[in-house]
Design a protein around this ligand. Structure first.
Ligand code: FAD
Length: 528
């Protein structure tokens, strides 16, 4: 007699282990549980979020990873698909000032959520013609974003050929207008005459861990993302991770914190189990890996999966960072939530990092003051994340004296621009590229996977489907790339790819079973 089992029946038997509770892993786990799969999520740290971590410094929890929450619509979709409303689960407040920028003690300019307010601020700062050029730039950034959202960002695994087809003549014309092979810095030069504004918008390349001099001009779409709105999350970005972890658990995901994956095993070329550092073995029909993809190619998770993705040379790594999480009194500078303190020789920063593999001698300093920006209330002590860009560990590890020098340059720059921070060893936690490397194995401390350098780099990232059947990839080191919203999207793509494989196998099983294949052989057939 022919027998048919539905996808949900296959799903209930299907055991998935998700490795890593970063945003990509959390979203993948949640969406797979929504499809009734048996999901276990293991995480080496003792809390969810990965880079969205919140260490307690001097009694205060401080967001010490991502601080800029953008692309709210992606999270609205994720919550909606879980039967929830984002606004019921988290308190998000739209920030009227996107960021405050300073080039000296008196030279300051804010960008606003309202583009007309930004235009007026630019007119006051750099003159009305520059403000008109800013509006023109916004139009081009919007066009680039709209052109690439479907064919690239939302695509499972875009290639140059697939994208050329999807773009159509209109899309190709938008990209051609950027100038053939132009980098972001050059493209910005076509708009801005004031070097400070060129520098301000070039900085968006660093959101992908890249140099404006090597990033393709298309990265101006990152600017558009921020101009579309920045929100603050009550409880910090870490609250987003906690919220998703809670919903995932309610949907049946078993989350095991403090649990490290030692190896991913494959049997007959297909993943079969996850070995924990404790020696426990978790049998798995599929695995989603949310760590840095380099951990696989560097054999950190065993020989069976070392060819899961193309290996990345250390020279292609994105930026790392040197950060200070501080809980202290501040004075002398009217902090907004997001503050950028620029130095004048911007290029030297990227030459130091990417060509000389050293900390910038004259760093740009970013300061997130997480209790500012929503109301006029000034906290007695600020919770700050101070960040400078740094090289990922390639061939060498930074020394303590080098790091101390960079620290002293960074805080003196802030003091010169008016901001003093009463730091003590007790109220300040320093995190170095080496620390990031230890927290995120295989990364060399790079926070954004591989750098987006050159036109083809965007196509070099792995997609959700690895080269090992049953192994899927999610996170900022795979397509569509880094940043919390993008990594969340990669989690959606990993879940969708796994489900598509499962659904297609289920369909082919139905066909085979109705043709007379035994139930046992159907159930043991691979799902790829
Ligand atoms: C300082 C800093 C500032 C940033 N600023 C912003 C910003 O303002 N806006 C923005 O959108 N993005 C920002 N980013 C980037 C953003 O945080 C990341 O792109 C994103 O959070 C990456 O998510 P992910 O899914 O790749 O997981 P990750 O956050 O990389 O987490 C991966 C998880 O996997 C776990 N794991 C790895 N290997 C194993 C193993 N073998 N066993 C068990 N667990 C394992 C790790 O412990 C970790 O928890 C910033 C990042 C940093 C560090």
């Amino acid at each position: 007699m022919a027998s048919v089992h539905s996808t949900s029946e296959v799903g209930r038997d299907h055991r998935v282990v998700v490795i890593g509770a970063g945003i990509g892993g959390l979203v993948a786990a949640l969406q797979l549980a929504q499809r009734n799969l048996q999901v276990t999520l293991i995480e080496a740290m003792d809390a969810p979020g990965g880079k969205m971590r919140q260490p307690v410094v001097d009694g205060a929890p401080i967001d010490s990873g991502p601080t800029v929450f953008t692309m709210r619509w992606i999270f609205e979709q994720i919550y909606q698909s879980a039967g929830r409303r984002l606004e019921d689960e988290l308190t998000l407040t739209s920030l009227p000032v996107l960021a405050r920028h300073a080039w000296g003690a008196q030279e300051r300019m804010d960008l606003f959520a309202d583009p007309n307010a930004s235009r007026d601020a630019i007119a006051r700062f750099a003159g009305p013609p520059e403000a008109a050029r800013f509006m023109q730039f916004c139009r081009q950034a919007r066009e680039v974003y709209d052109t690439l959202e479907g064919p690239f960002i939302r695509s499972q695994s875009p290639t140059l050929a697939s994208m050329a087809g999807d773009l159509g003549l209109k899309g190709l014309a938008v990209l051609a207008a950027l100038g053939p092979m132009s980098n972001l810095w050059d493209a910005l030069g076509q708009h801005f005459h004031d070097s400070r504004l060129r520098q301000l918008f070039a900085r968006y390349a660093t959101y992908c861990g890249s140099s404006p001099w090597q990033a393709p001009a298309t990265l101006m779409l990152v600017t558009q993302v921020e101009l579309d709105g920045v929100w603050s999350v009550e409880g910090g970005m870490h609250a987003l991770a906690q919220s998703l972890a809670g919903i995932a658990q309610q949907r049946g995901v078993e989350i095991r914190y403090g649990t490290t994956c030692h190896a991913i095993e494959a049997d007959g070329g297909r993943v079969s189990a996850v070995m924990l550092a404790s020696g426990e073995r978790l049998p798995a029909d599929s695995v989603v890996f949310n760590g840095d993809v380099s951990a696989l190619t560097q054999h950190l998770l065993g020989e069976d999966v070392r060819r899961a993705a193309p290996s990345l040379s250390p020279g292609k790594r994105s930026l790392s960072a040197l950060t200070w999480s501080v809980h202290a009194e501040t004075a002398g500078f009217p902090l907004e939530r997001h503050n950028v303190f620029f130095q004048s020789d911007y290029r030297s920063e990227f030459t130091d990092i990417f060509s000389r593999a050293r900390l910038p001698q004259t760093p740009t300093v970013y300061v997130c003051a997480q209790d500012r920006g929503i109301s006029d209330t000034v906290p007695e002590r600020d919770r700050l994340l101070v960040l400078v860009n740094a090289p990922a560990e390639g061939s060498r590890t930074l020394t303590e004296p080098e790091i101390d020098t960079c620290e002293s340059h960074s805080f003196s720059l802030l003091a010169r621009y008016g901001l003093t921070i009463s730091r003590t060893p007790q109220n300040c936690l320093r995190t170095t590229p080496g620390d990031f490397h230890r927290m995120f194995p295989g990364s060399g401390g790079a926070l954004y996977g591989m750098a987006t350098h050159g036109w083809m780099s965007a196509f070099a990232r792995s997609g959700a489907k690895s080269r090992i059947p049953g192994l899927y990839l999610a996170g900022g080191s795979v397509h569509p790339g880094p940043g919390v919203p993008m990594a969340a999207m990669s989690g959606q793509l990993a879940a969708a790819t796994l489900m598509a494989h499962l659904d297609s196998t289920s369909r082919s099983r139905r066909v085979v079973i109705s043709g007379g294949m035994s139930m046992r052989s159907a159930m043991t057939a691979g799902t790829d």
